[in-house]
Design a protein around this ligand. Sequence first.
Ligand SMILES: *[C@@H]1O[C@H](CO)[C@@H](O)[C@H](O)[C@H]1NC(C)=O
Ligand SMILES: *[C@@H]1O[C@H](CO)[C@@H](O)[C@H](O)[C@H]1NC(C)=O
Ligand SMILES: *[C@@H]1O[C@H](CO)[C@@H](O)[C@H](O)[C@H]1NC(C)=O
Ligand SMILES: *[C@@H]1O[C@H](CO)[C@@H](O)[C@H](O)[C@H]1NC(C)=O
Length: 734
Amino acid sequence: MPASAGWVVWIFVGFFSLARSGLTDLRWCVTSAPEMKKCSHMKEAFESVKIQPLISCVTGISVMDCAKKIASKEADIMSLDAGDLYQATKEHELKPVVAEKNDQVGTSYYVVAVVRKSDNSISINNLKMKKSCQSGYGTAAGWQVPIGYLINTGKMSVMDCKISQAVSDFFTKSCIPGAQGVDFPSNLCQLCIGDEQGKNKCVQDSSERYFSDIGAFRCLAENAGDVAFVKHSTVLDNTDGNNASPWAKDLNSGDYQLLCRDGSRAEVSNWKECHLARVPTRAVVVRRGIDGTAIFNLLDAGQKKFGMTSAGFEIFNSASYNSKDLLFKDTTKGFSLIKNQTYQAWLGTEYLQFLKGLDCYSIPENLRWCTQSRDETLKCAAMAEAFQSKNLTPAIQCVSGDNPNDCMRKIKNKEIDAVTLDAGQIYTAGKLYGLVPAAGESYTHDNDGASYYAVAVVKKSSHNAFTINQLKGKKSCHTGLNRTAGWNIPIGTLVERGEIKPDNCEIAKAVSEFFAESCVPGANQQGYPLNLCELCIGHDEGQSKCAFTSEEQYSGYTGAFRCLVEVGDVAFVKHTTAIDNTDGNNQDAWAVNLTSSDYQLLCMNGARAEVHQWKDCNLAKVPSHAVMVHPSTPTSVVFGLLDKGQIFFGADSNPNGFQMFNSTAYGGNDLLFKDSTVKIISTGEKITYEDWLGKNYLEAMKKIECSGAAHPSMVSLLLVPILMSQFLCISSVP
Ligand SMILES: *[C@@H]1O[C@H](CO)[C@@H](O)[C@H](O)[C@H]1NC(C)=O
Ligand SMILES: *[C@@H]1O[C@H](CO)[C@@H](O)[C@H](O)[C@H]1NC(C)=O
Ligand SMILES: *[C@@H]1O[C@H](CO)[C@@H](O)[C@H](O)[C@H]1NC(C)=O
Ligand SMILES: *[C@@H]1O[C@H](CO)[C@@H](O)[C@H](O)[C@H]1NC(C)=O
């Protein structure tokens, strides 16, 4: 079949499917005079060979204006690059239907980070304080992907959505053509060299020699920068004799490597495995209800007639309009029908996430922090003042909540913005209140710091060395109801081991019958047996006995340990608690003379171990505490503020007065953050409460939930099968 017959068939099909969707005239939205001119030439060209439906041209003042016109049926169609497509589809119900095909990887390309092979200490994880070469401000390869990636993974924090400032703080010097003027710190242009005369420095066109992918690579090749963010093909196109320019002619591709997201490096030809993101080409969008296949048929027919070999109108050439990339990109070789016509599928998960990381939608004016006791409010006020003294934004405000659940409810209702919660509470916050993690606590300086261990601490005693199998009838100290180390893990463990046998899922009742007496802060409510609060002491005047908050002196890690020291037989706390409060580490009167060797841990195998042997003698490893927020709160703003704050106030030895991770001055422990926190970390790619808690924790939690009864508990995955069978058979009793 000759090609011409082919396109006649396509036009025929196209016409009917468009006519069916009520379109006889396709209004193309354009944004400039040259584009209007090319559009009217396309209309005439298509008409001259009877391609139907007819095209007409409509002007919009901007890409976003066109998107709006298409959504409101004042126009029908336009083509958009991926970044614009994200913005347009966020606000309007548009769908990508036809992709521009280039000859490289079809309808997409990859963005890579390139370094000199000889700089062998650089990885994707230590780019901070390096020098960067970026093709241009706002471009996918030179800005959106690298900066979005660095923000999204928490490697770069952004305060108050001031992204240019964050980039300026992160890289020592850069060349980012276009990032000049009052809005941009000057080091973003510092590596740029301008034209041969040294003029036009940092402009966003080719008079800046370090502009575009080629320029960014040249910036690396001439040793100006340490890393270049470019398209996957850039290095190979400009090395090994493929570029005869003086700066490029002697370059070898083997002298360069790519930085991979897993921290490794790869040869430049391995871009398919080692890249930051895949970015789709430009695409034609229409509103819902317009048939994409019909659009494809129409454009494909036009392309076959007016593509590369056309003598008259050329669909992929903008030179005769003194411009480039009008209607379509000039390098386009053809069209392809997009199969999954949703913007999510088209942009792809990685790229979409990076764009979201750059997206500064609602920046809150204040960050309202939920405080749950007088002490905590005092520390919060001090933090607000300290942050303000360093001009950190948004400003912190302290708003009180009664207890963790009250905080969650107020965040859900947008009366408050943030609160730090433990894993057990994060589960409730995510599941019942729809909150999401915005930043996490880390208890070590290494990458494994975002977790801790739940342990059972006891006193050392030669005449009463009971084991984990002999806890019945003992006096127990818990950090708080529903909390991970203090409740979910130990109670789950005891249920799993068959020590505690709940009837009808009445866990609290079963616990009260198992231990002789307990202090379970938060169990001072209706429906909870009284002896769960028996050991508690309230605050100095004896009020607030068994309260969930630090008003109860036996609440939290330190409180539960104090309870052990003063009245209990076992405390369910975390691995550092005994160490943090002995050997002079806690100067409070009750703790000042305690010695760590007087305490031991109960191991799962029935043995006892010294308190520093927690790695081998613990009940479970659990995810760390996290700051939880409403899903509409931009998490990068929360992390950005705290990360900036900890530069000044994070270290206990900091000279600026306030200490973020020390609660002593306010008369409490673990206020706002756990005192053992070493640094606040980004939640990175963990964007939901489920991501944060992890599959193991979650599966266990979900499987053992008792609906309609007193209390679920949780455990490590090991415990699940037995726990499940216990709960299942018990709850199936009529
Ligand atoms: C299209 O992509 C979206 C988003 O990635 C996905 O949820 C959906 O299942 C896909 N649809 C088809 C038919 O593959
Ligand atoms: C404890 O957790 C259960 C289940 O998630 C919940 O129903 C209950 O309200 C929580 N209690 C408190 C005091 O948070
Ligand atoms: C701690 O020990 C020292 C030295 O034995 C003693 O003087 C002090 O009173 C003790 N402090 C408390 C609170 O018991
Ligand atoms: C914590 O704060 C108290 C009171 O301000 C201070 O005495 C103590 O040295 C601090 N702890 C550390 C580890 O800096």
